[in-house]
Design a protein around this ligand. Structure first.
Ligand SMILES: [Ca+2]
Ligand SMILES: [Ca+2]
Length: 504
């Protein structure tokens, strides 16, 4: 049986399967996203969910259910079914414990959530939130278990506090939680707050005796007995008596949204690379690839330039520069995104897509394999015919809070029109490239005719060449989706003569 994008597959073996690879029309533009005259990539959006109060994260359980879970800054997490309907009962409600306020720009709150990679078997979920304990602000990383009686809700009594870190100021609280391919939990903290990382003699981020301004890596596997977490045996600063052993990388200001690259679907190239957006101080926002034991420069450096000139000229810094930095005329608070590795928009494969919270700008980086440099392209919303398909839109709210991937690797982002933790103006958008929808649309009359003749859309098992299978799958699924929407009555189509041989 042919497998298609997401969980779509073909069952009717009598259907005349399109000879996709040999079809000139289907193959034109492959690998190219439509760009406007200024080189701005033209993408479209689907509104997936709305009415959310500062949606900070959307995650999936990686258990084959294709549910997704959206977290609001106030401390609520909602379960959505694959048809995008939302269950009434929250997946998690810790809004009483979470510290935040309606003040626009309050960086405290429920900030991150991640499912254990073996969630299907152990039912464990990890969350990252702000909390007040004895008049002291902290960030807390906790473990919850799924409710034994309800797969769509966590057992609220199961919370175990894995780690707490005192926060010396209300801003720069980090908030990302990820599991790596190594099975370890990665925690991304901020420098603690204020401006210019003023704490101690050279700030928190360069100080390896504090957990602030760091990427941490801990082992929460098999923690039902004994310590709640262990230190991975190859953490980089184990032998430094002045360093906390949890530290994986340092010199971080306030990484806001990080992701591991799933890798190129067939070659797996890029798999496991860790991308982060690190929010800047006065001048630059940056994107980093985080590696074990490395120093990301803050507060010596902001982007590529010196911030603390004395520290910056110290040759022992040996810091890693960003792969990309942009000045504050383009945006003032980076929101890290994902390397697109999904199925439905294969032209986006390999693009790192991210945004800016303040300017609302969507951006992309593409690695030049010859030079190792990352080429920047802005992302615009498609104009004219580009997004003129059922369900697609070409506008979004400005304040880009976070990005997400679904279980199949499709890309989403969350933004709001009013960035207050209590304002229900947040929306989740799916990112769609229509550069080959359009071509298809022009040909739709004959295709629909042919489909009708051959009994609709659900076709045969075919042997696919391994190297190109993903591309074939994607295009076939695109076709199927387009057919479905057209045949479902969204469009009035006059059947024309069959002019296009789509069958092999
Ligand atoms: Ca703080
Ligand atoms: Ca840096």
């Amino acid at each position: 049986m042919a497998k298609f994008c997401r969980y779509l597959s073909l069952e009717d073996t009598d259907y005349c399967f399109p000879h996709l690879l040999a079809n000139q029309n289907l193959n034109q533009n492959l690998g190219l996203v439509t760009a406007d005259a200024e080189g701005c990539l033209q993408l479209c959006l689907v509104e997936v969910a709305n009415g959310l109060r500062n949606p900070v994260a959307m995650v999936h359980a990686n258990d084959g259910t294709h549910r997704f879970f959206i977290a609001e800054q106030v401390g609520l997490v909602w379960t959505y079914l694959p048809d995008r309907s939302r269950l009434e009962k929250p997946f998690l409600n810790i809004s009483k414990a979470v510290l935040t306020s309606p003040w626009e720009g309050d960086e405290r709150g429920f900030l991150g959530i991640v499912f254990h990679p073996k969630f299907k078997f152990n039912g464990k979920v990890y969350v990252y939130y702000s909390v007040e304990v004895h008049y002291e602000e902290r960030i807390r990383i906790s473990e919850f278990r799924i409710s034994p009686a309800d797969m769509n809700s966590l057992d609220h009594g199961s919370e175990r506090i894995i780690l707490e870190i005192e926060e010396p100021a209300s801003n720069h609280n980090g908030g990302e939680l990820l599991f790596g391919d190594d099975g370890y939990l990665y925690i991304f903290t901020g420098d603690g707050g204020m401006a210019g990382d003023p704490f101690g003699t050279f700030g928190n981020a360069q100080n390896k005796s504090t957990l602030l301004g760091k990427v941490l890596r801990i082992d929460v596997n098999n923690n039902d007995h004994g310590p709640l977490y262990r230190i991975p045996p190859d953490n980089p600063f184990l032998n430094d008596p002045k360093a906390r052993p949890e530290i994986y990388a340092y010199g971080v200001r306030n990484m806001w949204r990080c992701s591991f690259d799933r890798g190129e679907p067939h070659t797996k190239e890029g798999k496991g690379r860790l991308f982060c957006g690190d929010v800047g101080q006065n001048k630059y926002e940056e994107i980093d690839i985080v590696e074990k034991g490395k120093n990301y420069g803050w507060r010596a450096r902001e982007g590529f330039s010196c911030y603390d000139k004395k520290l910056c000229t110290n040759s022992s810094m040996d810091d890693v520069l960003p792969i990309y930095a942009y000045p504050h005329k383009m945006g003032k608070s980076v929101t890290g995104g994902y390397v697109y590795r999904g199925c439905e928009s294969p032209n986006l494969n390999g693009l790192y897509i991210f945004g800016d919270f303040m300017s609302g700008r969507l951006m992309s980086l593409k690695e030049d394999h010859a030079t190792g440099e990352w080429q920047y392209s802005e992302i615009c919303m498609g104009t004219g015919q580009t997004c003129m398909f059922p369900g697609l839109i070409n506008n979004y709210y400005q304040y880009i809070i976070s990005f997400a991937e679904d279980e199949a690797g499709e890309l989403y982002f969350m933004s709001t029109g009013i960035p207050s933790a209590t304002a229900p103006h947040g929306v989740v958008y799916k990112v769609v490239d229509t550069s080959r929808y359009e071509m298809f649309f022009l040909q739709s009359l004959s295709v629909v005719q042919r489909v009708q003749v051959s009994s609709p859309m659900l076709g045969p098992s075919v042997e696919l060449d391994q190297g190109t299978a993903g591309v074939i799958h994607c295009r076939a699924a695109l076709l199927l989706q387009s057919w479905e929407s057209m045949l479902s009555g969204d469009h009035q189509l006059v059947m024309g003569p069959v002019g296009w041989d789509i069958c092999s």
